[in-house]
Design a protein. Structure first.
Length: 426
């Protein structure tokens, strides 16, 4: 009998393994693929540093020379640029004014090895087929080992299977977001002109002239830059699901992006990503918990995914450690974890939907002396344990003003959905 089985060796699973191993709790990570494997999600937010520091992973990030990310920059279609630097808003417990851009194949392998070094038992190429239950209590997993299926028992099962959402699908907990049916096409390129030297290694976000359309530019190495185009799935369909044509077209719709890509040469195949955003009805149950993308996924516009994976692993691990002290593995015990993560991701979600509702408002707030620091606080991932988030209330209020005034300078740029139509975050 194992203490904890963790399904998935992405950032959520490896960080969960690391915390549990540090607390002396035996755990097994079952990863379906063999690392290194490619993965989308290459730019991080600064709050991640706190978790990396706690599990002793920061020296590895430094040693490996991942590009340092000191800030972010947004390019409007008309050519205006708004940038932030993280140094402007120092975060408690974080000494460095930067985070990292990462080749996820490399990062995820390093994290998995780190968990193993701390004591997690890691098995790669082992696909979990289902979670086993005794009544409502999770008691283990059924996994595919070569040609055979074997049952492995555990006191606690953590699903960190990412957008595979293994347990969510098994228990039919998954609810797709009614608004964000986004689709991404992305690839790595050489020879991208990353812009002025002082912001060349920032993440660059380019607005595109379709609702909820944007592009990312993320430095992966000195030579390689990741470029992704995101829009509603319907927009992609109009290009007969042909990634190259879709990509080429939208590159040309923002002049700054077209300039950056003028001499670019593609270095790997186009990849596509759909199936977001969503939430599970429950994140916890008797003897089980969902972390990272297996629990909830919000649109990646603010590079929040890895940090949510890390924090959900950290917070869930605290409750699991307690369970091994008290013997209480009940859903009630884990419900505090669920509330905490729902509230934190809810802040991200609200920020994202207001952003999409009125794009110029975002750059307006970044430039505003009153709101700038509060926007930075969110962009840097400080979303947990917050009661009120006044800057979101201010954004909502501003949008209402624009909605009521036909002659407002931003009126034409309001997205078609009424603010009241959008679902409130849980
Ligand atoms: C278009 C797009 C852009 C994004 N950009 C960013 C970004 O810039 N920054 C950012 O922070 N995030 C970004 N994200 C989100 C980010 O990719 C995820 O939030 C992050 O990878 C979540 O980590 P995770 O550990 O929960 O899941 P994953 O990283 O997906 O790891 C899950 C692991 O579980 C394994 N697995 C799955 N099923 C099984 C099974 N049945 N048995 C065993 N193993 C299994 C998988 O092989 C995988 O290794 C983006 C996402 C998308 C779609």
């Amino acid at each position: 009998m194992n203490d904890v089985i963790i399904i998935g060796g992405g950032p959520a699973g490896s960080v969960m393994g690391s915390y549990l191993s540090k607390a002396g709790i035996q755990n097994v990570i079952l990863e379906g693929q063999n690392h290194p494997r490619p993965h989308v999600g290459e730019s991080m937010v600064t709050s991640s540093t706190r978790v990396y520091k706690e599990i002793g992973f920061l020296p590895i990030l430094e040693r490996e020379g991942f590009p340092k990310k000191y800030g972010a920059s947004w390019h409007e279609i008309g050519g205006r640029e708004a940038a932030i630097v993280f140094a402007e808003f120092p975060q408690e417990g974080i000494e460095q004014p930067y985070t990292y851009h990462v080749d996820r194949g490399k990062l995820d392998l390093l994290l998995l090895k780190h968990a193993q070094g701390l004591g997690s038992e890691v098995y790669q190429g082992v696909q979990v087929k289902q979670i086993l239950f005794d009544g409502d209590r999770a008691v283990g997993v059924r996994a595919k080992l070569g040609d055979q299926e074997v049952d492995l028992r555990a006191k606690m099962v953590v699903d960190a299977s990412g957008r595979q959402t293994l347990l969510g699908r098994q228990l039919k907990l998954k609810r797709n977001d009614p608004i964000f049916d986004q689709y991404a096409v992305h690839a790595w390129f050489e020879n991208v002109q990353r812009g002025q030297p002082d912001t060349a290694d920032f993440i660059h976000i380019y607005f595109l002239p379709v609702e909820r359309g944007w592009a990312w530019q993320i430095p992966i190495t000195d030579k390689i830059t990741s470029i992704g185009i995101v829009a509603e799935r319907e927009v992609f369909r109009q290009y007969k699901a042909e990634p190259a044509a879709y990509f080429e077209h939208y590159i040309q719709t923002n002049q700054a992006l077209a300039t950056a890509m003028a001499g670019a040469v593609r270095a790997n195949d186009y990849k596509t990503e759909g199936d977001y955003s969503y939430a599970m009805d429950k994140f916890v149950g008797h003897g089980w918990a969902l972390i990272g993308d297996a629990a909830r996924f919000v649109d990646p516009i603010f590079s929040s995914g890895v940090s949510i994976a890390l924090y959900s692993a950290k917070y869930a691990s605290e409750f699991i450690v307690e369970s091994f002290q008290t013997g209480d593995f009940s859903a009630e015990h884990f419900s505090v974890y669920e509330r905490k993560i729902r509230a934190g991701v809810g802040v991200w979600y609200e920020f994202i939907r207001l952003y999409y509702k009125l794009l110029p408002l975002f750059t307006h707030f970044i430039r505003s002396e009153t709101h700038r620091i509060e926007v930075l606080r969110l962009l840097q991932g400080e979303v947990y344990d917050r009661g009120e988030v006044p800057v979101l209330a201010a954004m909502r209020q501003y949008i209402e003003t624009v909605e009521k005034n036909d002659r407002h300078v931003f009126r034409k740029q309001l997205a078609s959905l009424s603010i009241d139509d959008l679902p409130m975050p849980e």
